[in-house]
Ligand binder design. Structure first.
Ligand code: B1M
Length: 212
């Protein structure tokens, strides 16, 4: 089986995890560098799927199946990748705000960010303001990503921003927010640099923020 980056991308896009593993193993056996398989095969596949999801041409289950295929491929590459190769885009701290236990969307966003090449530290759900601030201080992320699903908990987002300001950490991190009740207007209103309406846009928005 000759190395063919598009075949790997297609297999990821189609969520065919067995084919992904087979193609990745064959490419490694042919001496294709692990970073090449990642950058020209796996990543474009999940990016294409993300674009289809944004256009409404595929739905969340397809995204999850493709993420699993991508993960299986990455698992094969891990022994051949240097620590820096995997998460070279940046570090993201993610959590659902205090009082809010919804994590299905947040977990999908985390998965997509990881598939997109980011290192993600997940603080879980019901994360108090002080915990976000401490985690920013300790982990020095490029982006702090907050999710909220309730109108009564989204108001904790500006609280986190003020606490970061008070702690002298606000200019060290870019803040991205999302979740069903969140809009770009709300992000602008509270002074968050980033907003994404869904998991695929979250990857594009995070890429924009780390480059900005
Ligand atoms: Co809750 N709940 N819930 N709930 N729940 C909603 C959100 C609600 C809209 C239902 C309704 O009334 N129609 C409503 C909120 C109303 C409001 O505030 N306006 C609601 C309520 C009221 C409640 C309780 C208060 C109910 C009660 O106890 N009386 C309670 C609150 C508990 C708490 O959090 N303190 C509650 C509890 C629960 C369950 C525990 C039962 C469960 C959560 C399980 C879990 O998450 N582990 C649950 C669920 C499942 C829902 C619904 C049905 C589904 C949410 C979901 O997972 N959607 C929801 C109704 C609905 O949405 N139809 C509802 C699928 C998920 C993939 O989408 O989370 O939007 P979503 O994520 C998307 C985007 O928003 C975006 O990307 C994701 C993928 O594309 N995104 C980001 C999310 N985070 C992002 C972050 C980003 C960027 C993008 O950057 C940082």
């Amino acid at each position: 089986m000759t190395w063919n980056a598009s075949a790997v991308s297609d297999a990821v896009q189609n969520g065919d995890d067995q084919l992904v593993v087979q193609l990745v193993k064959a490419a490694l056996a042919q001496g294709v560098p692990a970073t090449g398989i990642l950058d020209s095969g796996l990543v474009p596949g999940i990016q294409r799927l993300g674009a289809l999801f944004q256009d409404g041409e595929v739905f969340l289950p397809e995204v999850l199946i493709s993420c699993r295929a991508m993960d299986r491929g990455v698992d094969e590459l891990k022994p051949f990748l240097a620590a820096g190769d995997m998460h070279k885009k940046g570090r993201i701290l993610i959590g659902t705000v205090e009082g809010d236990l919804h994590d299905i969307g947040k977990n999908i966003v985390r998965l997509m960010l990881e598939c997109g090449g980011f290192e993600v530290i997940d603080l879980g759900v019901d994360v108090p303001v002080a915990s976000f601030v401490n985690a920013v201080r300790t982990n020095s992320p490029d982006i702090l990503a907050m999710s909220a699903l309730l109108t009564i908990t989204m108001t904790n987002m500006p609280e986190v921003l003020s606490a970061l300001e008070k702690a002298g950490l606000r200019d060290r991190v870019r803040v991205m927010i999302g979740g069903a009740p969140i809009t770009r207007e709300y992000a602008d209103q509270i002074g968050a640099e980033g907003f994404a309406p869904d998991c695929a846009s979250a990857v594009i928005e995070a890429e924009r923020l780390v480059k900005a």
